[in-house]
Ligand binder design. Structure first.
Ligand code: GLC
Ligand code: GLC
Length: 650
């Protein structure tokens, strides 16, 4: 019954389709539209079916997809077909990513193109270029307050520069990841300017209110994201004479997705960037897409429907393009951004593994892996054909979003433990060499997060300053240990620019009035390429880190069980300092790899007999990363302080 409704609507739409669309060769487009339309209709109907103009909106939706398909280059269409055939392509262990600010990394887009050798030198073949669309000076939120979704910030280049970069990357088999900031716009975006000028069509693009009554209602259940700089979730706009919802900064206006016009605009923008040559699109702040009175306005079911609909539509026009969900939320919620299908991901193929990231930082501070083990044990198994982005640092703060139950199971008190972590990483705690800064401190809730570069957080800045060689060594070991984890856990490792060179905190933001209020700028550096050149000079810190990571990446790419097919088993061991898991082949026994990590500074031992089926390894163990045999005494494996092994069999 329902299918008939969808079919007859599709027939009506196709009958009325504009002649300029009709004349094109849309063979593949129609095949995909036919295959996906039942789902598209069901989702669109669920979200917008009660509107009088529903059919008109559905017509516009299909025409939007068709127009962008017509604009899609032959080269990209070929890539779409190839990826449809080889649909597990992105689960391979051969992908290793890096996220960067274009200006900080290389000045501008042309500079970035000239630096592509650097990625190949290290083994990086997926590059996330953080937002490069225009943002108002001084109210940019690091690129996430976009004032024009179809342009490039003139300070980093032009669309032609981006196309040239994309083409060159494609020729070198490097994937391009771009951001689409789907949840909000700058208050200086055309839509916002129109809304301010009193245009009701555009006021309906946002959540605007004449009085405080609805905002006050919302505020009762909405948390604050930037409590220091942007308390509350609504801002009075003098020009418009209305309140507007601003969950992040007061200059970032939340888009109203209960209006189908907003959905279609954003789909059109997503497809526009897909057509510029992006292989993957990072959808920003997706947990926030739907607002409901009485809720936290995060992770609402409709937010998922919107993402599923975006995915279904993108699969019709640009099926080779993947989505990354940026949803830094609790593990049980995070997992839902892959889709709620029983088997196959149908929302975003990739999601940030913020849980793993935060848990590793816990292990760094406590020097044991108790919470890490507990947290990973509680991490729900994800769907097939979905994968994690595993990362240590990114351009944002580190949130301590662990599950309180897990903290309690480790015999810590949640509030106390979080306070300890903040103290530890801000260097307040005795014995801590960390040089982090607090971010997002909320006096009402006692909440806080952490800013700081990887190197400064693990004590390298301190160690270099006091000239303590053994502390320098430890910091380097920690940097490698953490990378050893994201490279082997399952998923795409995403390095953060600067980290492969041991880049320290950048304090220059303190003197910039546009940045000093936001400590996240401390870890958004400009790469000094003279310092970076030391990566080729044996003995230098930069060399030690870079050359080790280069090797690690090369080795990872050769280990086929590191591909992500949910083929990981967490192994519970007695020694609380160790984090141990196995990676295996779903079809046979051979080639499996045992990963053993020691988060303590002192050497630790692991009795291999305790590892169940994993102990019955035949043959001699070899650490695949170093190419040497690990230290064994009888059947006890000895893992050096802050060391790790990728153990295979010879
Ligand atoms: C995302 C970005 C973050 C930004 C926020 C608001 O979380 O990663 O940098 O502040 O969205 O756009
Ligand atoms: C919040 C948001 C996350 C964003 C971060 C920026 O944690 O949930 O999306 O990255 O703020 O600080």
């Amino acid at each position: 019954m329902y299918e008939q409704v969808a079919h007859s609507l599709l027939n009506d739409i196709l009958n009325q389709i504009k002649p300029e669309i009709h004349q094109q060769d849309l063979r593949h487009f129609y095949t995909r539209l036919g295959a996906n339309f039942y789902a598209i209709h069901a989702l669109f109907e669920k979200l917008y079916g009660d509107r009088d103009d529903f059919e008109q909106q559905a017509q516009t939706l299909v025409e939007t997809m068709a127009r962008q398909y017509i604009k899609r280059s032959d080269k990209l269409r070929q890539l779409d077909l190839a990826r449809e055939r080889d649909y597990n392509w992105f689960l391979s262990q051969k992908w290793v990513g890096m996220a960067l600010y274009c200006n900080g990394f290389a000045g501008d887009l042309n500079g970035l193109r000239e630096r592509l050798n650097y990625f190949q030198e290290l083994g990086i073949n997926l590059v996330h270029v953080m937002p490069i669309m225009p943002c108002p000076e001084g109210s940019s939120d690091g690129g996430y307050a976009v004032s024009d979704f179809r342009e490039i910030d003139p300070q980093v280049g032009t669309l032609a520069d981006l196309n040239a970069l994309a083409a060159e990357m494609q020729a070198r088999d490097i994937l391009l990841v771009l951001d689409v900031v789907v949840n909000h716009t700058s208050n200086r975006h055309y839509w916002a300017e129109q809304a301010k000028a009193g245009n009701p069509v555009y006021q309906d693009y946002y959540y605007t209110f004449e009085t405080r009554s609805v905002p006050d209602m919302f505020e009762q259940s909405m948390p604050e994201i930037f409590p220091e700089n942007a308390p509350g979730n609504f801002t009075w706009d003098e020009e418009m004479g209305r309140w507007v919802m601003t969950v992040f900064n007061d200059y970032q206006w939340d888009l109203n997705y209960s209006n189908p016009a907003v959905f279609i605009e954003m789909l059109n923008i997503i497809l526009f960037w897909a057509n510029q040559g992006a292989d993957i699109l990072r959808l920003d702040a997706v947990a926030f897409l739907w607002k409901k009175i009485g809720s936290t306005c995060q992770n609402e079911r409709e937010a998922h429907l919107i993402l599923q609909l975006l995915k279904d539509c993108c699969q019709v026009t640009a099926p080779g393009v993947l989505f990354i969900a940026e949803a830094i939320v609790a593990p049980v919620e995070m997992i839902k951004y892959f889709g709620e299908d029983a088997v196959i991901a149908k929302e975003c193929e990739i999601a940030y593994n913020a849980t793993f990231m935060a848990l590793m930082w816990d292990a760094v501070a406590t020097k044991n892996a108790r919470l890490l083990n507990q947290g990973i044990k509680s991490l729900p198994v994800k769907l097939e054909r979905a994968t994690w982005l595993n990362y240590i640092r990114c351009h944002d703060d580190i949130g301590l979003g662990f599950d309180d139950r897990d903290i309690l199971l480790c015999d810590y008190q949640p509030a106390e433990h979080r306070k300890f972590l903040i103290d530890y990483f801000t260097g307040q705690f005795a014995d801590s060499y960390a040089r982090g800064l607090p971010f997002g401190q909320n006096d009402k809730t006692g909440d806080a997060r952490i800013s700081g570069s990887l190197a400064s957080l693990v004590g390298l800045e301190y160690a270099l300053e006091v000239g303590d060689d053994s502390a320098i060594d430890d910091a380097i070991k920690l940097i490698l240990l953490l990378h050893g984890m994201i490279m082997s856990f399952g998923g795409i490792p995403l390095l953060y620019y600067g980290d492969a060179l041991g880049t320290l905190n950048d304090d220059s933001y303190r003197t910039d009035p546009n940045k000093r209020g936001d400590t996240r700028w401390v870890h958004r550096p400009a790469i000094d390429w003279e310092i970076a050149a030391r990566r080729n000079t044996p003995g230098c810190v930069e060399y030690k880190i870079f050359s080790a990571l280069k090797r690690m990446i090369a080795v990872r790419k050769e280990i086929s069980v590191f591909a992500d097919f949910n083929n990981r088993e967490l192994l519970e061991v007695e020694n609380p300092h160790l984090f141990v898991f196995g990676r295996y082949n779903l079809n046979h026994q051979s080639g499996r790899v045992l990963v053993v990590a020691n988060f303590n500074g002192k050497p630790q031992h692991l009795n291999l007999d305790d590892l169940g089926t994993w102990s019955s390894q035949q043959g001699q163990l070899v650490d695949l990363y170093r190419g040497t045999s690990p230290d064994l005494f009888k059947n006890s494996l000895v893992i050096p302080g802050f060391g790790f092994y990728w153990l295979g069999e010879k």
